[in-house]
Design a protein around this ligand. Structure first.
Ligand code: ADP
Ligand code: MG
Length: 468
């Protein structure tokens, strides 16, 4: 049966393609109308599914009738993929899930000959899974003043990876402002425009886990070697590396190698390089080599278009008034903005009725609370030091100067109010003080608020800033 299929296929595609993609296939089993074929790798299987699935279907149907089924067995998995704890990151609606009903669960066999766990010997162009989420594209990353610089820098990098002065490109900004989305979009676009490039998206956390694993297993060199083969390396949330000097060290070497060879590095972080703590100076200085682009909080118009885009995508209509209400009240976090509108969509379709402003209020309130919970002690210190025009070191220092003391006490007061951290943990993050100092600060602020008008204004202003 397979022979017949092959000769049909051979007549219908170019010889080179036939040689590359069909000669290596072996048929292994035929039961009823299900033919099993063995392919050399997962990548191979994906390629077949992407490019030749129609042809295969026609060929099989001719041989086995309309209920023909094709099962794939994967002979030797690219061992990199099955070693690393990656799969959980891939969203189920990504292209990985091609026709699951027709595909046998891949049988992954490790090649015992393969000594190096990360690369396939003799192959320069490694086929790795990029870990990119194609739902995060440039198309649905709506543009506004808040992200224009970062977005267009990302586009430039996608057009010419490694060929712009934006290397590394560092995208930074607060939670839920689109760093991960933009990082994926750049990768997805590069894959599209430069399919020959090896792109890898990885969070700094998984990178760290892999590194630690490689040290345990004595494969540190392989780890480094693997990363040095990548053309476009995207590392998300590099602030996670803070305090992890071993991982920073290895990343430094990988970074230098890639950079020297004209490879593109893209990083995201929740802080600007100047504000990153416990990251080695030599790494920070590398981060500043290229471009640091900030994602700001989106303005009202952008928030409206983000909401409308979701409604449009889901084919749902909602009164203008409701959209405006949501956009007016959720300002500082696109994830929460999306969450609120999705929750409203769900409730309206569940109750089969129009969303009322009352319902919108309830939902929005819930999401605004979420945002408050995400404020960190670091963030509070930044807001306070900006407000009083001090730098964070001064705020945390031992100085007893009255204005600094007040700012410091306010930082402690707001940290207690807006975060779930213990007094001890707040103290340790604000210049290494103990819990009694934090408690004292909170009482002092309470007192001053009721006695000092100027001070009350500080507190009101800061409250506004922090609850935005
Ligand atoms: P971060 O990594 O900065 O915490 P994410 O990239 O996870 O934020 O973004 C949070 C959510 O907001 C995602 O669902 C993302 O698609 C969405 N989002 C952020 N910015 C935009 C934008 N400009 N246009 C459309 N969606 C956006
Ligand atoms: Mg993120």
């Amino acid at each position: 049966v397979w022979e017949n299929c092959l000769s049909f296929i051979k007549d219908n595609i170019q010889e080179q393609a036939y040689k590359t993609w069909f000669e290596p296939i072996q048929s292994v089993d035929l039961t009823d109308n299900a033919l099993s074929i063995q392919v050399p790798s997962k990548f191979f299987y994906e390629w077949l599914e992407e490019h030749y699935v129609k042809l295969l279907k026609v060929a099989l149907t001719k041989e086995l009738g309309p209920n023909a089924k094709l099962l794939y067995k994967i002979k030797m998995e690219n061992s990199y993929n099955n070693k690393l704890p990656f799969t959980h990151q891939i969203p189920s609606n990504d292209r990985q899930a091609v026709k699951p009903q027709e595909v046998d669960v891949p049988i992954v066999q490790k090649d015992p000959e393969l000594k190096n766990p990360f690369i396939i010997p003799g192959i320069r162009n490694i086929n790795i899974d990029s870990q990119l989420n194609s739902n995060y594209s440039f198309d649905n990353f709506l543009e506004g003043d808040s992200n224009r610089l970062a977005r267009s820098a990302g586009m430039a990098v996608a057009n010419k990876p490694g060929g712009t002065s934006f290397n590394p490109l560092l995208i930074f900004g607060g939670v839920g402002l689109g760093k991960t989305h933009l990082a994926h979009a750049i990768g997805v676009e590069i894959k599209e425009k430069h399919p020959e490039k090896t792109v890898l998206y990885i969070s700094a956390e998984i990178f760290t886990q892999q590194y630690i694993e490689s040290v345990k297993k004595n494969t540190r060199n392989d780890f480094i070697h693997f990363y040095q083969l990548i053309d476009v390396l995207i590392i998300d949330d590099v602030q996670f590396l803070s305090g992890k000097s071993g991982t920073q060290d290895v990343f430094f070497h990988i970074f230098n190698h890639l950079h020297q060879n004209g490879k593109q590095v893209i990083l995201t972080s929740d802080k600007a390089p100047v504000d990153m703590q416990d990251i080695e100076q030599r790494l920070l200085s590398r981060f500043k080599w290229g471009l640091s682009a900030e994602l700001h909080q989106p303005d009202y118009e952008t928030r409206i278009s983000i909401l409308k885009n979701i409604l449009y995508r889901d084919g749902v209509e909602m009164p203008e008034e409701i959209i405006e209400y949501v956009a007016k009240n959720i300002k500082s976090n696109v994830r929460e903005l999306e969450g609120a509108i999705i929750s409203l969509i769900a409730q309206s379709s569940f109750n089969k009725k129009e969303v009322t402003i009352e319902l919108a209020k309830q939902v929005v309130e819930k999401f605004v609370k979420n945002i408050k919970r995400e404020i960190s002690v670091d963030y509070i210190q930044k807001i306070i030091s900006d407000y009083f025009q001090l730098d964070i070191e001064t705020l945390q220092s031992k100085t007893r100067k009255r204005d600094v003391v007040q700012a410091r006490q306010l930082a402690m007061f707001f940290a207690k109010k807006y975060t779930k951290n213990s007094l001890a943990s707040i103290g340790s993050q604000i210049g290494n003080r103990d819990h009694a100092t934090v408690l004292h600060a909170c009482k002092t602020v309470d007192n001053l608020v009721s006695t000092d008008k100027q001070f009350r204004k500080f507190v009101d202003d800061l409250n506004k800033k922090l609850s935005q």
